[in-house]
Design a protein around this ligand. Structure first.
Ligand SMILES: [Zn+2]
Length: 148
């Protein structure tokens, strides 16, 4: 059988003959990503599932007090990402409520970059403002240009 490309890691893998339309290889991180994507879709598409998940999450959080505080302390980059995304969600909710259009910059200190030699290299979150899409983590790396 012909190898296919994993949509999560980009590696070629041998598809299982029992699973049609297989899109992910069997690496644990790809299986986790596939499950997370399924759950995000299910949360949006199925209001009953969404409500039961939220109840379940609240029960779990009250059974594990302090978990999220410890998680944020251990993962400052994820906490910062969430702060940015929550700021955007709050603004969207506020602009929806007041009926005004969002015209202010989404991220504070956007105009703080005045340097000419700014290079957009590193890790960024692409956060859609208009479309209802999940944010996307991207790595911007410099590729040297090879002149013939
Ligand atoms: Zn994979």
């Amino acid at each position: 059988m012909e190898k296919i490309l994993c949509v999560y890691c980009g590696d070629l893998f041998d598809p299982s003959p029992r699973h049609k339309n297989q899109i992910a290889c069997k690496k644990p991180q790809c299986q986790r990503a596939k499950k997370a994507e399924w759950q995000r879709h299910k949360m949006k598409a199925d209001p009953v599932y969404n409500a039961s998940q939220k109840i379940s999450q609240k029960q779990w959080a009250s059974a594990n007090p302090g978990y999220w505080k410890r998680y944020r302390n251990k993962n400052p980059d994820k906490a910062e990402r969430n702060r940015v995304l929550q700021t955007i969600r709050n603004r969207k909710a506020r602009s929806k409520k007041s009926g005004t259009k969002m015209d202010t910059p989404l991220i504070a200190k956007m105009d703080a970059l005045k340097s000419d030699n700014f290079q957009a290299l590193g890790q960024f979150w692409l956060v859609p403002v208009v479309a209802k899409m999940d944010s996307l983590k991207v790595n911007i790396v410099k590729i040297p240009i090879l002149y013939p």
